[in-house]
Design a protein around this ligand. Structure first.
Ligand SMILES: Cc1ncc(COP(=O)(O)O)c(C=O)c1O
Length: 358
């Protein structure tokens, strides 16, 4: 039925409002922008969260995965039956594994061996070949990212997608997430803020919104503990040594990646968010909005509230809800884990009922 409707209804990439979409990759993007009613009422602002957990692979990284694979195809580096290699411990690997299955590529993932068995198992279930390797620093040639690159260089028709420094990642957000947010807010948007891992989403969305609004929409960075980016932005470009850590996953960075580098000088500012606030927001979003979100998303929502307060009453601010809590629930909702991290007192008393796991 759909096939007979003709190819012109379909795009090769991000979802459109067409009546049908072309497979997994056609279903990437076009996610709802959710008005966060409770938070908006409490703050007197208009706060929106883009529901990236509704991408078919479950996270914002489906967009980056599709973007880097399309780029490799379009440049002729990846041919039918080829292999895609990436160094990743999380959502990018899941996105790549899905896109590879749907387009007939082999997917090879290098990751630090200290990652959970669930992550390794999930990638293998999605058909990826997983290489857990010793967890060593980025400047060590045996770091998982460098091993992914070396592997790709040693094999024919094999591409290292290089999510951190391949700007096809940011471009995917420039042509999809940014325009979607602009359309969904009808251009009435005072601020956009999110945390970064590769920098792809912040740089791509930020560039589009800033250009389209003629500079009216301010773009801010949100940053967890253990990342150097907040101090880099607020000090006007001084790069400190990385120290400390965060319970958030997928965000925080020790360097200016090429993706972030395309936009970092255009940021209006940065907000540091401690883990206590992120954890409390995981529970508050569940209680007041019915949304079950991961810790990086909760950090983004805290940051959106703080940015709205900085910008003044009645302002409109958007952020990303990167993924759901499903991938982290044995930690985020475990009393034992919260205590071990010193975060049990961060959960407000009346919300502790949600921490149902021991
Ligand atoms: C859960 C989660 N949140 C946020 C991000 C950051 O996105 P980006 O890499 O576009 O900066 C990632 C990236 O992997 C992620 O997995």
């Amino acid at each position: 039925m759909l096939a007979s409707a003709g190819r012109r209804l379909f795009t090769r990439g991000f979802a459109t409002k067409a009546i049908g979409v072309d497979g997994f990759t056609g279903a990437v993007g076009n996610t709802p922008l959710i008005y966060l009613k409770g938070l908006s009422k409490r703050t007197g602002a208009h706060i929106y969260g883009k529901a990236e957990f509704q991408n078919p692979g479950g996270s914002v990284k489906d967009r980056a995965a599709l973007g880097v694979i399309r780029d490799a195809e379009d440049s002729g580096r990846l041919k039918p039956g080829g292999t895609v290699v990436e160094g990743t411990a999380g959502n990018t690997g899941i996105g790549l594994a899905h896109v590879c299955r749907s387009r007939g590529y082999k997917c090879v993932i290098f990751m630090p061996e200290n990652q959970s068995q669930e992550k390794i198992d999930l990638l293998r279930m999605l058909g990826a070949e997983v290489h857990p390797v010793p967890a060593v620093a980025y400047d060590n040639p045996k770091n998982y990212n460098h091993l992914a690159r070396d592997y790709a260089e040693s094999k024919p028709n094999t591409v290292w997608t290089d999510q951190f420094d391949n700007t096809a990642n940011a471009y995917a957000h420039y042509i999809s997430t940014g325009p979607e947010i602009w359309e969904q807010t009808k251009g009435d948007l005072d601020g956009f803020i999110c945390a970064t891992g590769t920098g792809g989403s912040l740089a791509g969305i930020g560039k589009y919104l800033k250009e389209k609004s003629g500079g009216k929409t301010q773009i801010w960075l949100a940053d967890p503990p253990g990342s150097v980016l907040h101090s880099y932005v607020t000090s006007g470009g001084k790069l400190n040594e990385r120290s400390g850590s965060s319970i958030t996953e997928g965000i925080g960075q020790g360097r200016i990646t090429k993706n972030l580098g395309t936009f970092v000088n255009d940021l209006s500012g940065a907000i540091h968010i401690p883990d206590e606030k992120s954890i409390a927001m995981v529970y508050e979003m569940l209680d007041s909005e019915g949304l079950y979100i991961g810790a990086s998303s909760a950090l983004n929502v805290v940051a959106a509230v703080e940015l709205a307060q900085k910008l003044g009453p009645g302002k409109t601010v958007a952020t990303l809800i990167c993924d759901g809590a499903y991938r982290y629930q044995t930690r985020l909702f475990s009393k034992k884990w919260l205590k071990a991290k010193g975060l049990d007192s961060a959960v407000p008393e009346h919300l502790k009922k949600y921490a149902v796991l021991d």
